[in-house]
Ligand binder design. Structure first.
Ligand code: AP5
Length: 206
């Protein structure tokens, strides 16, 4: 296992999940994702309610819940690619107290493209693999037939997630940019092309 600490930032649908999976494999890193961790525990009661109440509305789950998930996952990983966190400045501050980062990569994608990617996204419930009805259709018919849509990928919730992103997460991007840590990568083009750009950035930085 490599010990690179990689943070992958980007709007909903920018390709963080798609690229994190590939990076984790290519660089032998742990994929730490708050989205997947919360989806696996959507109906667990906390003192703030269940994650589902926030996620299905496109809102952020309270920091207290998410910080704990991240701290536990990072303490168990040597090298990691972190995806979906931090999403506001208070999470960014928490992160800087618990770890250091070798590369902060921002995937830049146009908003119309984000909506197209999210509303067409499908998941394989057996493997967790990510597909798209137009851009990435599985070859295997059995896989095609079992694909499902995420509860928060309806157009209305997607718009709300993008609003929350602009309000809470864009200041995080600005925070890393001001510190000179942010590397912006063009997130458009095929997943292979985007992967090559991100991988090169990580090799240069880490
Ligand atoms: P989360 O699961 O983190 O969702 P997100 O940030 O909205 O990001 P997505 O998973 O939607 O997109 P992605 O960038 O991973 O894109 P993907 O690779 O799948 O969070 C969900 C919810 O959980 C939040 O709304 C919130 O409620 C809660 N939450 C999570 N973290 C939290 C935190 N830290 N604090 C508080 N709450 C939190 O790609 C999208 C689609 O595009 C796919 O279909 C894919 O096949 C396709 N695609 C990917 N790359 C390309 C390409 N290059 N060309 C064409 N298609 C492509």
């Amino acid at each position: 296992m490599a010990d690179y600490h990689v943070l992958l930032l980007g709007a909903p649908g920018a390709g963080k999940g798609t690229q994190s999976k590939r990076l984790a494999e290519a660089f032998d890193l742990e994929h730490v994702t708050t989205g997947d961790a919360l989806r696996a525990n959507k109906d667990v009661e906390t003192e703030y309610g269940t994650p589902r109440e926030y996620m299905d509305a496109g809102e952020l789950v309270p920091d207290e819940v998410v910080n704990e998930i991240v701290e536990e996952a990072l303490s168990a990983a040597d090298g990691y690619v972190l995806d979906g966190y931090p999403r506001n400045l208070s999470q960014a501050e928490y992160l800087s107290d618990i770890t250091d980062l070798d590369a902060v990569v921002y995937l830049d994608v146009d908003e119309d493209e984000l909506v197209r990617r999210l509303t067409g996204r499908r998941l394989d419930p057996e493997t967790g693999d990510i597909y798209h009805v137009e851009f990435d259709v599985p070859d295997d018919e059995a896989v095609r037939e079992r694909l499902v849509q995420r509860d928060d990928d309806t157009e209305e919730t997607v718009r709300e997630r993008l609003r929350v992103y602009r309000e809470s997460t864009e200041p995080v991007i600005e925070h890393y940019r001001e510190r000179g840590e942010l590397v912006e990568v063009d997130g458009e083009g095929s997943p292979d092309e985007v992967f090559d750009r991100v991988a090169e950035t990580i090799r240069e930085r880490a």
